[in-house]
Design a protein around this ligand. Sequence first.
Ligand code: SF4
Length: 64
Amino acid sequence: MTRIEVDRDRCEGHGLCEQTAPEIYQLDHEGELDLLFEDVPAQLRGKAEAGARVCPVAALRIQS
Ligand code: SF4
């Protein structure tokens, strides 16, 4: 099972993860990151990784 770990101390709400993979990452109206999945389905794993790669502060880690 794939999970996404968010380092909330690092996240600065840039939203690049959301732009890259809006099916997984969404910012709320206060710029807080919401994950749409606790456990990422296998078919979205690549998207989750792509979103993590573009984060400029390396706040996202994919675990499986
Ligand atoms: S790209 Fe990184 S800093 Fe920006 S919202 Fe996503 S996790 Fe946070």
